[in-house]
Design a protein around this ligand. Sequence first.
Ligand code: ADP
Ligand code: MG
Length: 809
Amino acid sequence: SPSLEALPSKPIVQNPFRKVHNVVIQRPEEVQLNRAKLPVTSEEQTIMEAINENPIVVVCGETGSGKTTQIPQFLYEAGYASGDGIIGVTEPRRVAAISMSQRIGLEMDRPREVSYQIRYEGNVNKDTKIKLMTDGVLTRELASDFLLTKYSVIVIDEAHERSVYTDVLIGLLSRIVPLREKRGLPLKLIIMSATLRVEDFVANQNLFPTPPPVIKIDSRQYPVTIHFNKRTPNESEYLEEAYKKACKIHRELPDGGILIFVTGQQEVQALCSRLRETFPFRPNQTVVEGDTSGRDESRANRRKRFKLDDYAIQAIDEEEGEAASDAEFDVEEDKADQVSSRQPMFVLPLFSLLPSAKQALVFQPPPAGCRLCVVATNVAETSLTIPDVKYVVDTGKTKTKLYDRNTGLSTFRIMWNSKAASNQRAGRAGRTSAGHCYRLFSSAVFNDEFAQFTPPEITRRPIEDLVLQMKAMNIEKVVNFPFPSPPSRESLIVAEAELLALGAVQPVKGKTLASGSRITPLGRTMSNFPVAPRFAKMLALSGQHDLMPYMISLVAALTVQEPFLEGKPEDDNQELPEDAKQRQAYFSQLKKRWIGQGFSKMLGDLMVLLKAIGAAEFAGLTPEYCAEHCLRFKAMKEIRQLRQQLTNSVLLAVPNLELSLDPNLSPPTELQSKLLIQVVLSCMGGKIARRIPASVIAAANVEDKSKLRHAYQTLSLEQLVYIHPSSVLFQDEPEFILYQELFEGNKIYCRNVLELKGAWIPKFAPQHCIFSAPLEEPEARFDGGNGNVICHRTSTCGPHGWPLPSVEV
Ligand code: ADP
Ligand code: MG
């Protein structure tokens, strides 16, 4: 077919990485039409000129303006992928990497040339020209090829999200770009951001001595009227409030999609099923409104173009409560539209763990005559743009993972969003026509309790994995690194100390740790595994007694979110007890079927994971098998992929290890179970807990002794902790346990628990013990328990001084 688009003539700058001719893409006609409407399309010339003439360019534009889908295509057409280098695009979210690669491949009508790579999977091939990947994937590539010689351009997308790896990539690329220039192989860096807050990158002398040019995409944005609630509902009410608001909009207001922001997958699913019950959708339902053709056109005529600067959010306080809120609707414009409560509603969920085929549904128009209603987590805030949303319902809440650096305790807290993020959510309503945003909180709460911006992730979470990657790139002094927003000194020090405790780094000879540390051979091996450092060490220590396939499976299972279907099942054909307590008991019973005797029983929840993986693989990993045994099919598939990928990385890192790629997994022997526990202990020694002994409870001078029963003391926390009821060791209550993580519910619970013998602690976690005689040959502890036994008389453990049994020679 003939080319549908005349190519603009573009200035060509010599670049060995870039072929001097433009590439012609013949796009499907429908794609052509959609592209023409996107704000970036009219800026192509400006954007490409800036890129051709500058090594680093920042592009800013509202979400939905076409940055992610179009700019890689501009680069492709300008020849940036026709020389030796390809175009690399990073995304902070896995969802975006996959769905955007599919979209770009489809728009270009060259699906094989546009690939993605995320931690678990990818479809990169020899024809790949544009590669979308998560920012973590590119960071890892840097460890083996610091100059990124495969690439002619790197596009850092969604830089405003300020994910840890995006920040670090920008820091690293600020140094790589000049190095590539020196080598005569210039690399282009394009930083793309949704909001206008780019000062952290642009006005940061430490990062870019010459500020890069910023191109603002002048985007079409219609005014959005903001309606604040008069009253702010409390924790238990806001979901109900969102439901009521959606019903009201649907019953009383003109056509247009509804987008509801809630906090997590469970809430998305709960709200979706309630809305579906209230407004059942039958596929062959007749449309009640009659003919809707012609309406789009008249509406299009009424469209005004709003410059970005004109885009002002008009805020209205709902003085008279609900009734007033409707009076505020600007119904005038849509008077012609029929409003009918009989119109069916087409309800779709959107969250990051949703299978990608289901995610893609939100981009398609709803069935004729239906109103689209998407219930989403903040995935829909910036990374994915849902077409034709007119009403946004914003609960104002977001789920944030909080870490306590001292204790390692992590909790999910539902918190207020930031002002910037709320305005971003509101903006979703004004993409195709004037819209409305219903904020389910008062303007006073917004003004007083919402932070201006969400702080960058790097300042909020532990960064051990990142520091290990940086060490593998031979960066000795991480405190001097040009971070766009540096993490606190404290968290850098904590990370370095943890790596030191794991044996991954050692102080630079003759210097103290404060002046930097250097990676050890163990650390280098660890850095090859795309998992958190302590998991990486588990792999590094498992090259004996055929432990590797088990350790790979455990690490995969512990890394993937929730293999067990303990919440509400994905597909509704599964009958589960409604009551939370009953449900936990049910799961505990179910898991017990998988637990063995002896050392394998001591492996506890980890044994359950191993058996579940083995059994599901043996049964051919079908959705039916998973449903029957309450396993999340998607998680099990991810575990399989991660096992495969880890197996490959282990084979690369330890070439002479005999390791098969057989997905089947027979249960570990008693010896292997024991060794697995010991290896895990040597990597997670800090997560030991000891049950409060009966004698202590009897002697305790407290009124309420019930708190002391079943309670455990950890090495790090003041408070007592408890084994979670879903654990198979819940009733056994062994004296010493090792846990994967602590989380806070109505009590503090330990998750993924295994049992320890007290005598193993001084052997495999000596850093946490106090010895009466000096420790000899500390390295001997890493031999899996078969070599030299460390000789000492007595020991105690942790700040509480738990007595531990003597260890014999
Ligand atoms: P930005 O990156 O500036 O936020 P995008 O390039 O993601 O913008 O989106 C541009 C347009 O492409 C949006 O209107 C969006 O709805 C549309 N789009 C993106 N992905 C898909 C898809 N998979 N199917 C249909 N339309 C899509
Ligand atoms: Mg984008």
